[in-house]
Design a protein around this ligand. Structure first.
Ligand code: ATP
Length: 440
């Protein structure tokens, strides 16, 4: 963490606009996206639980990422490594020495602050500060049932699981350099100042690609640029406003201990431009530290591949998708989430809840859509149609289907679009095709 980044953070903090964040946080709680962890006991700082809608949105983001980073490619395979690894991994990776944040403490009230958030005087009591000290971000765990227990760590990044399995993957699959290994999983950091809702948490999820290339400056730079573009395009393809995204290049003292060069994809959040994903050129730093190399099966040429990494946060992506999708139209709140990641795809309503023939027909329509598309389809018969639209807009359901008396005659339903509020009549037997086409 360098001084530039730190002063940037301070500026970002000052420009914080609480109203939007408060609205998003309230909506997330009210509608079951995100709850404070262990809330009945007062919560736990830096930890969050994902509710019925949150888990769908988060899973959809991961699903779309996996599709684009594994399934659509010929040169990438997947991995799911353990969260706790032999502690030697963290010695070799440099995390026990270098994975640190500088903190300063108030001499009067002993509050601690990240240097970038501190200002000249204590933010709590106006007291004087000590000199900065560094704190390691790795979360320690004690393993075993008898004393002395063995000290280990929850992984601070998911990346190392890929490197320690490099040989296993090469030997067990048909990958050849250049190739990549993708992984999604939890990481843990003893963040000193968790905050901005889920933006900085102590437990979070990462989605990462480690792409192994020949050790060649020009070639690796080209591949680096390729991945930069791929990754920013992915967010745009899922609906993020491209004017709210930008690259930020790390200056020398901003780079992580492993980075040859690095760019962040930043999103313009209500609390300022903030890192969403890092694209790092890690050179041979990791494979060399783990004493690993690669032998080309055709030429028998042996070398240590260089690594281009794309490292995104699932929770940050979800938070920024939510913020970006949030619109107000008078009293109405609309989450304009891309249908591919929206928690529910379609809501089905009977026009009236007390007319048996409508209920029977609407249940039939619900079943047909459920079988025809990939994703949750929900039933809603509370209140009047207007209230139902209102409720579905607020959770981002792209389409509402109403079964009315005409349906019984013409076998057509009213499909209403969330973003345009336009309604059209669609034949029941065309519904699955209609939605599948939109979800492609
Ligand atoms: P920051 O500068 O914000 O602390 P970082 O540069 O340390 O982030 P990386 O180590 O590059 O982050 O991690 C890759 C990605 O993991 C980040 O781009 C972010 O999306 C996510 N991430 C990192 N730390 C956290 C956290 N404490 N809470 C939520 N997501 C995180």
């Amino acid at each position: 963490m360098d001084i530039n980044k730190q002063s940037l953070r301070l500026r970002l903090k000052q420009s914080l606009s609480p109203s939007v964040m408060e609205k998003i946080t309230a909506l997330a709680k009210r509608r079951g996206f995100i709850f404070p962890s262990s809330e009945i006991y007062g919560g736990y700082q830096g930890f969050w639980d994902y509710g019925p809608l949150g888990v769908e949105l988060k899973n959809n983001i991961k699903k779309e990422w996996w599709k684009s980073m594994v399934y659509k490619r010929e040169d990438v395979v997947g991995l799911d490594a353990a969260i706790i690894m032999n502690p030697v991994v963290w010695e070799k990776s440099g995390h026990l020495n270098a994975f640190t944040d500088p903190l300063i403490e108030c001499k009067s009230c002993h509050h601690r602050f990240k240097v970038e958030d501190a200002g000249d005087k204590c933010q709590e009591c106006g007291g004087e500060y000590t000199q900065p000290k560094t704190f390691n971000l790795m979360t320690e765990v004690l393993l075993g049932t008898t004393e002395p227990k063995e000290k280990s760590y929850l992984r601070g990044e998911i990346t190392q699981g890929v490197f320690v399995n490099f040989e296993n993957v090469v030997n067990s699959s048909r990958v050849k350099v250049p190739f990549g290994i993708s992984q999604i999983g939890k990481a843990f950091r003893n963040e000193i100042t968790p905050g901005n809702f889920t933006f900085r948490s102590r437990e979070f999820e990462q989605m990462e690609l480690e792409y192994f290339v020949k050790p060649d400056e020009a070639e690796s730079k080209k591949i680096f640029e390729y991945w930069k573009k791929e990754r920013i395009d992915w967010y745009v393809s899922l609906g993020i406003n491209k004017d709210k995204l930008r690259f930020h290049e790390h200056v020398e003292d901003e780079k992580a201990h492993y980075a040859k060069y690095a760019f962040d994809i930043q999103y313009e959040a209500p609390f300022g431009w903030s890192e969403l994903e890092g694209i790092h050129h890690r050179g041979d730093y990791d494979l060399k530290n783990h004493n690993l190399s690669y032998k080309d099966p055709q030429t028998s040429e042996e070398f240590i591949p260089w690594v281009i990494e794309t490292s995104g946060g699932v929770d940050r992506a979800m938070l920024f998708f939510l913020i970006d999708a949030y619109f107000e139209d008078g009293e109405r709140i609309i989450l304009k989430l891309n249908p591919k990641i929206a928690p529910y795809k379609v809501a089905v309503f009977p026009l009236l809840r007390n007319k048996e023939e409508l209920i029977i027909k609407a249940k039939e329509v619900l079943k047909i859509i459920k079988e025809g598309i990939d994703g949750p389809v929900v039933w809603d018969d509370r209140g009047n149609i207007g209230k139902r639209y209102f409720a579905q807009d607020e959770i981002g359901t792209p389409w509402c289907v109403t079964v009315d008396f005409e349906t019984l005659e013409d076998k057509k339903v009213t499909v209403r679009d969330r973003d345009t509020a336009k309604q059209e009549r669609v034949a029941v037997d065309k519904l699955s095709d209609y939605f599948s086409e939109e979800l492609k």
